[in-house]
Design a protein around this ligand. Structure first.
Ligand code: AMP
Length: 294
């Protein structure tokens, strides 16, 4: 595995691969890697000659009261995990190189960027899309792999690729969960045992929504109510949103279909957790909880 920091070196590595006719797959991350990230590398590995992973904690996508400074970082460990997973180039740019000055031009999402996560984290998706566009411009991937764990982000990246005619294919891979059902996240390290116990209401709530959907319920309100009941049973947990949304547009739906996404965000103490499920698939399809992986 090669490790690069400078933007120029990454550009040269990408140009060299292209000259040799190699296909580049790209996995952008903020590091503190877990098996969810590594599953994305597996998808990338199957589809390309050169797998590039970036680790960059992007200051632009954090709000002023968010956890940019305390976001977990462990480059030593990440290096080892990335290499074992089959990353060819690990690129760890610095903030100074990515943003030599405050950006004058940024990518502003349309209305989908202002609902759900976008409503709670104003400016977050503009920060995400701006950095993703910059990363794409430097890595020049043929394909980029994102996680469904951040389904609204993945939908917005797809919109950006479509609307700005970017020559990259987007693949969205299923959410990897811990054995207890909690979706893996770098931020789970913040949860103590009590918070983690409460957080398990999240996958349970999604499963309750899936269960009523499977029983034939198609009214989004009823599916949300079933999930809400589970969340409400954890008194220390505050629900920020829970919605049935269209998978492509992320607009709230009244009638659920097997492709609809039940998306939820909660606060446990000072921490936020998000999760979602495709109603027709359920959480048991995720590789780490024993179901068929796809
Ligand atoms: P992050 O490092 O949190 O910015 O995530 C980098 C990429 O990994 C994003 O595309 C995420 O959606 C994806 N990801 C994060 N957690 C998971 C998970 N549990 N399963 C699958 N993909 C994930």
């Amino acid at each position: 595995m090669r490790e690069l920091t400078a933007v120029r070196d990454m550009r040269e590595a990408a140009a060299g691969a292209k000259r040799h006719g190699e296909r580049i797959a790209f996995v952008p991350t903020m590091g503190f890697l877990h098996p969810g990230h590594l599953a994305l590398v597996g998808e990338a590995r199957r589809r390309a000659d050169l797998v590039v992973m970036s680790i960059f904690v992007n200051p632009l996508q954090f709000g002023p009261n968010e956890d940019f400074a305390s976001y977990p970082r462990d480059l030593e460990r990440d290096r080892r995990l990335a290499e074992q997973a089959g990353v060819d180039v690990l690129w760890t740019p610095t903030a100074e190189e990515m943003y030599p000055s405050a950006p004058e031009v940024t990518v502003q999402p349309g209305p989908v960027g202002t609902i759900l996560e976008g409503a709670i984290r104003p400016g977050h998706f503009a920060g995400v899309l701006t950095v993703v566009l910059k990363l794409f411009a430097i890595v020049q991937p043929d394909i980029a792999v994102f996680g469904r764990k951040d389904a609204q982000q993945a939908a917005l990246v797809r919109f950006m690729v479509r609307d700005l005619s970017l020559p990259v294919e987007i693949l969205v891979a299923p959410t990897v969960r811990d054995a207890d059902g909690l979706a893996l996240s770098s931020r789970n390290i913040y949860l103590d045992a009590g918070m983690r116990r409460q957080a398990l209401a999240l996958p349970r709530a999604l499963a309750a929504g899936v269960e009523v959907f499977r029983a034939g319920e198609r009214k989004a309100g009823q599916i949300v109510a079933a999930a809400w009941k589970v969340l409400a049973s954890e008194s220390a947990l505050t629900t920020e949103y829970i919605n049935v949304v269209d998978p492509a547009t992320f607009q709230p739906s009244h009638a659920a279909t097997p492709a609809s996404v039940l998306a939820v965000a909660v606060r446990v103490g000072t921490r936020r957790l998000i999760d979602n499920v495709v109603l027709g698939e359920g959480t048991e399809r995720d590789p780490r909880v024993g179901g068929p992986s796809r």
